[in-house]
Ligand binder design. Structure first.
Ligand code: F6P
Length: 363
């Protein structure tokens, strides 16, 4: 079976490698399989608002190394719960039927959706409406279920590790405790892996609630041993035992979603008050999502792209591309939706960190 025209969109937060997938899908589809490719702008908003373009090889030339996405992305375009504030709407409206109409009007045989859990959930609902969906997992959080890897993570880990390296020298110069807050939502992969790679002393992840007394004790112990500084890598989703996560903004609003962040400032203040050792914090924020993808992410993104096109050719729809045990594969999108891949307490990475003396902020 051969599809003649497919669509592609990038949904949710951006990450390095989106353009590499767009390029890979377009090249493989056009050059090897004679298909046409339609790119929708700003995620599902492009489907809702009928904003798209027919991609050419010229469009995708030179984008392999570029961060962001040439198609644009958005967290706000859920066609099943769409709030169009420009029309004065405040309650969500289901506009998915008009998206289905556009899909058929354009003669699409499949829609390749690049995104995380939210995008897969929307893709899954469109599958139920008869669209042929192929999902490609992206996120710097590495929290998409059923796949060992997502592109974007390696680039974010490299950026966070570089930041930890840089913060070592200034922390040492001033004999300070330096907190580095990294993204990751409710999964501690980015914090844990960048902490191991950067030689951090303490790591706080959402999967292991911390005790402030344990952090104080780890910092004081290093001080007693004559260490000039301590580096604490904090996941934005970290929380104390029995306590809650820290938010910049918490809301039930469908459009203005809640934003985690700021826990490093709170903990740094507590540590400075308790130990008398000067403490500072650095929140890496969206620097982790920007910039050029690493070679590993370019490779992974291109592998995912080629696999996605192969799935279209083979009629393997309503499935998400995966990489498990180093092998490309796919799983039903329904198996992924609503789940999060977190650091399990028996993870070998936790043991590695433990072996080299890293504290998890617990006794
Ligand atoms: O899911 C990716 C991510 O970067 C998270 O790590 C972070 O919590 C969130 O997105 C930030 O979202 P926004 O770009 O909407 O602030």
């Amino acid at each position: 079976m051969g599809a003649s025209r497919i669509g592609i969109l990038t949904g949710g937060g951006d990450c390095p490698g989106l353009n590499a997938v767009i390029r890979g899908v377009a090249k493989s589809a056009m050059l090897k399989h004679g298909m046409e490719v339609v790119g929708f702008y700003d995620g599902f908003l492009g489907l809702i608002e009928r904003r798209f373009e027919h991609l050419t090889l010229g469009n995708v030339s030179g984008i392999l190394t570029q961060g962001g996405t040439i198609l644009g992305t958005s967290n706000k375009g859920d066609p099943f719960n769409h709030v169009d504030r420009r029309n004065g709407e405040t309650a969500p409206v289901d506009v998915s039927d008009s998206c289905v109409e556009l899909y058929h009007e354009l003669g699409l045989e499949a829609l390749v959706c690049l995104g995380g859990d939210g995008t897969m959930s929307i893709g899954g609902k469109f599958s139920e409406k008869g669209l042929n969906i192929v999902g490609v997992p992206k996120t710097i959080d590495k929290d998409v279920a059923c796949t060992d890897e997502t592109f974007g993570f390696d680039s974010a880990r490299a950026m966070a590790t570089d930041a930890i390296d840089r913060l070592h020298t200034t922390a040492s110069a001033h004999q300070r405790v330096m907190f580095v807050e990294v993204m990751g939502r409710n999964a501690g992969w980015l914090a844990l892996e960048s902490c191991i790679a950067g030689g951090g002393d303490i790591v706080l992840i959402p999967e292991i609630p911390y005790r402030i007394e344990a952090i104080i004790s780890a910092v004081e112990e290093r001080h007693r041993l004559g260490k000039r500084f301590s580096i604490v890598v904090v996941s934005e989703g970290a929380a104390p035992v029995g306590g809650s996560q820290t938010y910049y903004r918490q809301t039930d609003d469908a459009v203005k979603s809640s934003r985690l962040g700021g826990c490093s400032r709170v903990i740094a203040d507590q540590i400075e008050s308790a130990t008398g050792i000067e403490s500072r914090y650095a929140i890496l924020g969206h620097l982790q999502r920007g910039g050029t993808p690493t070679p590993y992410d370019r490779l992974l993104a291109t592998r995912f792209a080629v696999q996605a096109v192969a799935m279209v050719i083979n009629g393997e729809f309503n499935r998400m591309v995966t990489l498990c045990g180093g092998e490309m594969g796919s799983v039903p999108i329904a198996d992924v939706v609503g789940k999060q891949r977190k650091v399990s307490l028996d993870s070998s990475l936790l043991k590695v960190a433990q072996e080299v003396g890293t504290s998890f902020g617990v006794f």
